[in-house]
Design a protein around this ligand. Sequence first.
Ligand code: AHR
Length: 506
Amino acid sequence: MAKLVINNESKKSTIAPEIYGHFSEHLGRCIYEGLYVGENSDIPNVNGMRTDVVDALKEMKIPVLRWPGGCFADEYHWMDGIGPKEKRKKMINTHWGGVVEDNSFGTHEFFELCKQLGCKTYVNMNVGSGTVREMSEWVEYITFNGVSPMADLRKANGHEEPWTLDYVGVGNENWGCGGNMRPQYYADEYRRYQTYVRGYAGAAPIQKICCGANSGDYDWTRKVLETCFDHSEPHQHGFMDGLSLHYYTLPETEDDWNFKGSATDFTEEVFYQTLKRGMYMEELVTRHGAIMDQFDPDKKIGMMVDEWGIWTDVEPGTNPGFLYQQNTMRDALVAGNTLNIFNKHSDRVKMANIAQLINVLQSVMLTEGAKMIKTPTYAVFHMYAAHQGAELLSSELLEAGSVGSGKNELAKVYESVSENSDGVITITLTNNSLESSEDVEIRLTKDGSSYDVCEAAVVTGKMNAHNTFEAPDVVKEEAFTAYSKNADGIKVTLPACSVVSVRLKK
Ligand code: AHR
């Protein structure tokens, strides 16, 4: 039996709600069809936003949404997406599927969506093919409350009040699709562009996010910080508030993006390989974090993992440029493990955005016309929502053993634990084994016997179990009852291939 020892006498760091953030790009059916159907659609909507999707995202407590890309961001010219819809420019989305982008979803629609969701706003600016002026005018259009050319234009387009812009991304993947820049060059560009992200009087502070590394490119992190880190004392908040990191889990081949493997049809070996590759996030966060520590020991800059998740081959017969993939229990485990990693590193990781919200890559929902289904990944985000804003507690798992073999060996059980302001302790655990359940004895260092389980949920199934439009509830969050209290603590039995959340209250 495994033992989980939780030190509930000291709190480590606050788990930023934004760790549970999402990403929506003008890609495939993410924005159009997935989120936005237009006011005249037969699909129930409010101001064009799908009601079923908005309701489900609110229930999942979506904290922040990143938009408009991705690679699309560095080709996006925001003025194409404002004003009367019939006059907006139509263009080809060259990056994603070569389809017509009619710009009917633009700035006003994004802020309307976030208002309906009640979430923070993260807009990724165009550095690759845009200009400083274009970016700076977009910030003025969104946030300035006064008389100015851009504020007047916003008002003329029907929005009197400015919006709250919480985060700005200064470019996306500028080492690749965002301009193929070298770190030194991008770093200088960052210094210049960020200067013109103005904080207007009365507007909420905007957090500026610098483009960080691709996966294990530690050289990028070091070089960008060498040029961009502001050494003035006291640290000038607002020069750089976050540094991004992107990492995708490819199930089959590590580097060949033409053969990533099927989303639903895979072997047990590939299952463990995928989980192991997902766990690589722990090394990335630790090593990039160590470099950040050299410049920023007080951890004032957040690591923003603003793209992560499983990337598989597209569903057979679908447009390869649309990145539409199914979502199984394997995805649920990658999500559960990764979110546990982020919680454990919440002293440094201040935001993360799974790619992507709907109908693209590792989505929490899929749509087909008027139908919508929730994926196993949705269940995990819903079960983990209680960690948002809670304090991380240190925890240690003993004697749980490992699964997989050789280079694919990984911990059988992986956890994170937090306590919220009401004193409720949330424990989230994965059982990464396909073969066996695991008994876990939970012990708290203080007042253990006075705690009882107040809420518990599980998502479990075969490794490739997934929901379809014909069978939408094959994998779903269910009540978890496999626990008992004894003299030493609380014993839970985690089913094979499962993600479990257990909440304890005095
Ligand atoms: O999420 C899909 C793409 O992956 C994004 O557009 C890009 O930033 C990344 O390479």
